[in-house]
Design a protein around this ligand. Structure first.
Ligand code: ZN
Length: 244
């Protein structure tokens, strides 16, 4: 089995076809959005079940990727300290291009980073990663309810969440973790709507944007949104079976 960390197998600047079958091998490099999504789910299952393999974290792989990166997924996640992408997806160096802000709020620098990954690095999958009990969503909700926004730049975070609060209210949703799911879906849509570059990559079939919600206690991710819509149907695992 060819492994990126092995001598002489360092990936070149362009991924080659035909597309390899990477299923079940955390050391193989996913190429398509379907493979990337399947590998994230597989890694999360390893993490949830207490059987992580910690791929691509050894010194050999560190040396192999020193000259270039080919991450297979962009993670736009909440900054929450319990949401470390490489840990919860059981990945290593060079696998994930990670951008994190409180409440996975997006601004120009976030969008520019995503555009870099999908156009220059040719990363086929963008994941918006939120989680239950999100403090940023809770803070926004409290500020909105009292009409008393926080000072400093934290206000920008709160204001970025308010459209999700409005959508939740319009849908009659009041429970915090359902609001979080709405905020994740909103972020997926807002990212594509705000970035013509990303929208073009999605339209061309080179990239998908998927929203996932993480449960802090259980450690599992659940897909809640996606663009294009069929992206959410790809390789969704039988999470309950994995946990049984
Ligand atoms: Zn959060």
């Amino acid at each position: 089995m060819s492994r990126p960390g092995s001598p002489g197998t360092q990936p070149g600047p362009e991924r080659s076809l035909p597309v390899p079958d990477t299923s079940g091998d955390p050391f193989a490099v996913p190429v398509t959005r379907e493979q990337a999504l399947a590998e994230l789910h597989a890694g999360n299952r390893r993490f949830v079940t207490g059987a992580p393999r910690h791929p691509n974290q050894d010194a050999g792989h560190r040396a192999a990727v020193a000259d270039g990166q080919h991450p297979f997924a962009v993670i736009v996640g909440c900054s929450d300290s319990r949401l470390a992408a490489e840990i919860i997806f059981d990945r290593g160096l060079g696998d994930l291009f990670v951008v994190r802000t409180a409440g996975h709020t997006i601004g120009p620098e976030v969008l520019g980073s995503v555009e870099y990954a999908v156009t220059v690095l040719r990363t086929p999958l963008v994941v918006v990663l939120g989680h239950d009990s999100c403090g940023a969503v809770q803070a926004a909700r409290a500020a909105d309810a009292t009409g008393n926004p926080p000072g400093g730049h934290l206000r920008a975070v709160v204001e970025a969440v308010v459209p999700s609060l409005r959508r939740a209210a319009a849908e009659g949703v009041d429970e915090i973790d359902r609001i979080v799911d709405i905020h994740i879906a909103y972020t997926v849509e807002a990212m594509v709507d705000s970035s013509a570059v990303l929208a073009a990559e999605v339209a061309a079939g080179r990239c998908a944007v998927v929203g996932m919600s993480y449960r802090l206690a259980a450690g599992e991710v659940r897909t809640v949104a996606g663009v294009p819509a069929d992206a959410v149907d790809v390789a969704e695992p039988a999470a309950s079976a994995a946990l049984a």
